[in-house]
Design a protein around this ligand. Structure first.
Ligand code: CP
Ligand code: NVA
Length: 312
């Protein structure tokens, strides 16, 4: 039933999904992962094609989407860098209406979130945001899957994110609000998550029983949390601000002291790429609490499930 509800849909941000749909994607990902490990090699999307458009660099997203397509039997068509689909002066509307004539879905990584919305408004095939300046829902799904695997549940989990109020902070606000988590975000002054996205997450949380708090002190955020998450201090497109941000974000580094303030057995998460010695120390990211490589692997399982549900 729910898979019908997802068929043909777009995924531009976590809040496009309901709590039940997030659960369905996670359950499907777990089933598909087990089926693959058991040797099942069916190709439910044989004959289909998926456009993977990258206007920013990528390792995990590109490789995990290409492998997911291969496992499903769909052909991935990568358009990246200077050959990226939307880089030739043609209107976004025209390019979107051409791509949909060849491809059964369009996956787009770009800068302004409005561009993903514009492509989705023109394309009749599913459009998936594979990272914009404001949202990273594919990472959000993989991260919820990772929390489910490691903690056995999402509801009630204390999820702390410390650092820049960026696309990952927005993703965790919406993902946590949807799934009933206790989300705490700590950011330096001037780098808070968008007030609109926080307000939307608070409205969602009021319906699901989640709680969403934005604060300044990283120790307040992690106290009692079962998950501590970090991300780069300067996202793609903000490279010029890197040096200036280093000094401002110093108190937000996840080190052994900060991890010690979290709940006993808390896990450390990071969407990667990590800047070791900046937002996280080697000791934490290579330590027993770190689940970052399970998280990276789960990009594959979450996106495979997503494509199967959108295109199946
Ligand atoms: N986490 C993530 O999206 O990684 P890439 O930028 O390598 O795709
Ligand atoms: N916030 C980071 C996430 C990278 C996956 C960026 O946008 O660069």
């Amino acid at each position: 039933m729910m898979s019908k509800a997802l068929a043909g849909r777009d995924l531009l941000r976590m809040a496009d999904l309901s709590a039940e749909e997030v659960a369905l994607i996670i359950d499907t990902a777990l089933e598909e992962k087990a089926a693959w490990e058991a040797g099942v090699r069916d190709k439910p999307l044989a004959g289909m094609a998926v456009a993977l458009v990258f206007e920013k660099p990528s390792v995990r997203t590109r490789v995990s989407f290409e492998v997911a397509c291969a496992r499903l039997g769909a052909t991935p068509i990568v358009l990246s860098g200077p050959e990226s689909a939307f880089s030739r002066g043609e209107t976004v509307a025209d390019t979107a209406r051409v791509l949909e004539r060849y491809c059964d879905a369009i996956v787009l990584r770009t800068f302004a979130h409005g561009k993903v919305e514009e492509v989705a408004s023109w394309a009749s095939v599913p459009v998936v945001n594979s990272l914009s300046d404001d949202h990273h829902p594919c990472q959000g799904l993989a991260d919820m899957l990772t929390v489910r695997e490691h903690l056995g549940k999402l509801e009630g989990v204390g999820f702390a994110y410390v650092g820049d109020g960026n696309n990952m902070a927005h993703t965790y606000l919406e993902a946590g609000a949807l799934t009933g988590m206790d989300v705490r975000i700590a950011s330096p002054e001037g780098f808070e998550p968008s007030a609109d996205i926080v307000a939307g997450a608070e409205r969602l949380a009021a319906r699901t029983g989640a709680s969403v708090r934005v604060m300044r002190d990283p120790f307040d955020a992690v106290r009692g949390a079962q998950v501590v998450a970090a991300d780069t201090w300067a996202s793609m497109g903000q490279e010029d601000e890197h040096a200036e941000r280093l000094a401002l974000f110093e108190p937000y580094r996840v080190d052994a002291d900060l991890m010690a303030a979290a709940s006993e057995g808390a896990v450390f998460m990071h969407c990667l790429p990590a800047h070791r010695g900046e937002e996280v120390t080697d000791e934490v990211i290579d330590g027993p609490a770190s689940v970052v490589f399970d998280e990276a692997e789960n990009r594959l399982h979450a996106q495979l499930a997503l494509l199967k549900l959108l295109l199946g």
